[in-house]
Design a protein around this ligand. Structure first.
Ligand SMILES: Nc1nc2c(c(=O)[nH]1)N[C@H]1C(S)=C(S)[C@@H](COP(=O)(O)O)O[C@H]1N2
Ligand SMILES: [Mo]
Length: 201
């Protein structure tokens, strides 16, 4: 009887293990953007890696798409309390961007920049060793503009505001600079498992 009961609840058990505190699962994919959706044509797109104010390397769309492409299927967690399981992305690991630029990460912090002026700060260690990518495709297709296409950062182990949509660059910084939401009361790190929603959580 114990065995049967346990087996019957296996699905729920799996779900609760994957759901951070204070979150609920959604089947749809909500859009959350601070301003209007920018429309960036891939022929106008570029991505720049900077160390402080010094540009290290830039790629156009064709060059960036020629970098090694990696698939990542991950659960994502928005600070507004929705979580979505098994989102499937494809793009370029931050490791492979650094590798193509021929550098090791020079500083402890990274600032992500986007076409809409959005920024977010992430410790560099949270972007490397396969943890994060610049995604170019979602569920096998180009990322829809509302969800950040042509390119978005994907840092799935942190709250989803860290996954900057319409990303056009990563910048290594000496200090942990605060980004758009981090300046407006959200946590500087944003670990969903520790419920780091607001500045002092
Ligand atoms: N450039 C940019 N990136 C952004 C945002 C934004 O307003 N601009 N919103 C963030 C927030 S608060 C969340 S929750 C997610 C939402 O991504 P989605 O619209 O694909 O669900 O994108 C994040 N990335
Ligand atoms: Mo958000």
């Amino acid at each position: 009887m114990v065995t049967r009961g346990f087996a019957g609840k296996a699905g729920n058990f799996d779900q609760s293990m994957r759901l951070p505190p204070g979150q609920h699962v959604v089947a749809d994919f909500p859009v959350l953007t601070a301003g209007p959706t920018p429309r960036i044509k891939t022929e106008d797109w570029s991505f720049t890696l900077k160390d402080g104010i010094r540009p290290v390397k830039s790629w156009n769309w064709t060059e960036f798409n020629a970098l090694p492409q990696t698939r990542m299927t991950r659960d994502i967690h928005c600070v507004t309390t929705w979580s979505k399981f098994d989102t499937a992305w494809e793009g370029v690991l931050v490791d492979d961007i650094l590798g193509d630029a021929g550098i090791e990460p020079p500083t402890g912090f990274t600032f992500a920049h986007s076409y809409d002026g959005y920024t977010t700060n992430v410790p560099t260690a949270d972007l490397v060793v396969g943890k994060a990518m610049v995604a170019l495709r979602y569920e096998g297709k180009p990322i829809p503009p509302d969800h950040g296409g042509p390119s978005r950062l994907l840092v799935p182990h942190l709250y989803f505001w860290k996954s900057a949509k319409w990303i056009n660059g990563l910048q290594f910084t000496q200090k942990d600079e605060l980004g758009f939401w981090e300046l407006r009361g959200y946590h500087r790190y944003g670990d969903p498992w520790r419920e780091q929603r607001y500045t002092n959580d």
